[in-house]
Write a protein that binds this ligand. Sequence first.
Ligand code: B12
Ligand code: SF4
Length: 433
Amino acid sequence: MYRSITFIYPPYSNIYSDHSFQAFLPQLGILELLNSIKDLDIESKYIDVQCEERIHGSSITTFLNIDRLGSNDIIGFYTQTSMMPWISNAINTIKKTDPRITIIGGGPYLSGVFEGKYTSLAKRKCRSLFDYILIGESEKTLRSFLTKKANSHSIFKSERLSGDSLKFPLWEKAEKYLEFYKPAPNWIKNNPQKSLPILFSRGCKRACSFCLAKTIWKSRIVEKNTELISSEIPNFIKSYGLDHLQIWDDDFFLLEKSDQISEIVFSNGKSYSVNTAPNEINKERVKSLQFTNCTNVLLGVESLDSSIQDHIRKRVNINNLLQACQLLKSADIKVTLSFIIGFPNETMESIQKIKDFLTNHKDLYDYVLLNILSLHPGTRCYEFVLKNGQFKESELIPNTARIGEPYSLPTTSIFNRETLQQLQKDIYTNFNK
Ligand code: B12
Ligand code: SF4
């Protein structure tokens, strides 16, 4: 039986780091895992490396000093593609310092590698790095792993939870980091509220070619049950003295319970923000958002080029976008537009379409988010790039040479990484208010 486990949320995102948008959000999945094992007799901890570095001003080397981590039977890593160079370095350091520690991993990157195709090299690398790997939703699997002690298999496929067992996260484990958990600073500056992120579901019905949602959660959406939602929202608001809930579900309007959620947050006298796609916005929905005090809507647009839209299968066009922005702005709801650049068929013209929209319609949005595409193993976009011979798999696998900088590979030969970063910087600087 294991006695102690520490979960690590590694640093590095592709969010442009010099820009004022530095979102410190907790890793909700880890907080939910901690919730699922809190009744076991196991000491559990949550470490957010980026926050720790802010608190202690430490570097990766001091952070990895085992004294800081304390004694652990198990160290568990959340994995994202962009974090893999840091993680592999961290694991090698931990193994050298104390080889008795069991290293486990879970999260999007590992799920993509073991559920996707064309990833034999990544599989081999991951198998040698982690002692045990849990793929997909891990609550049930982690419990049996911790209590039964692992068997001889090193890869565990997780079972899905039902809506009854989806709890709100165990925030107490992250309380020391709360001051860092912010949405975009603009929201804070213009509207200093106490807000925390939350999810009511897992999964997405859509299957955009660059996204891992389907690989991790399958295409069925599992939502929290109504009783849990009605009892947990008020408790959550009360426990943390919240003014605002950031609802981070992949697409709020794909939830069957979206109306109920809005009403419950509203009846507790609080405001909220949601993410969705422009083609989900209509008059009736905007009316209901306005009535229930939804103050911010993030629209996932990705691209304004029709051939890229066909490729990624998001099915958004400029007319949807214009109409959605007009409806939201006329209801006095703040609009964040989220784009991605660096798709396999990206051109300077396709990026120009984003710039033109932002220049010509300044009154229709408030904030812009623009990320450079990272190719994630397990996605159709990754397979497409490999099949077309744009890159070899060995070039796509994160390697330790990139420690210290966000990992993102340009997926088209006409843009190198620096050009994409410069374009990203220009758009952030010119279009965020
Ligand atoms: C909210 C969100 C964000 C937020 C906050 C991220 C955060 N701190 O959690 C913001 C806006 C900051 C963000 C930024 C980015 N994100 Co994001 N984000 C999400 C989103 C929508 C929800 C994350 C979440 O809470 N999921 C729900 C929880 C319950 O699931 P989970 O995190 O996967 O955890 C479960 C399991 O994976 C597993 N598990 C997780 N960790 C561990 C560890 C162990 C040891 C074990 C056993 C199990 C385990 O158990 C958990 C409980 O079931 C996901 C999509 C999605 N639906 O998951 C994308 C997603 C995670 N993001 C993604 C990306 C690419 C990014 C960015 C790199 C974008 C960019 N280019 O800038 C940055 C990276 C920032 C960063 N350092 O995290 C990708 C990651 C793909 C990949 N292979 O890396 C995802 C999957 C979306 C996609 N496109 O496919 N993101
Ligand atoms: S709508 Fe969002 S979460 Fe759903 S598949 Fe597309 S990018 Fe992923």
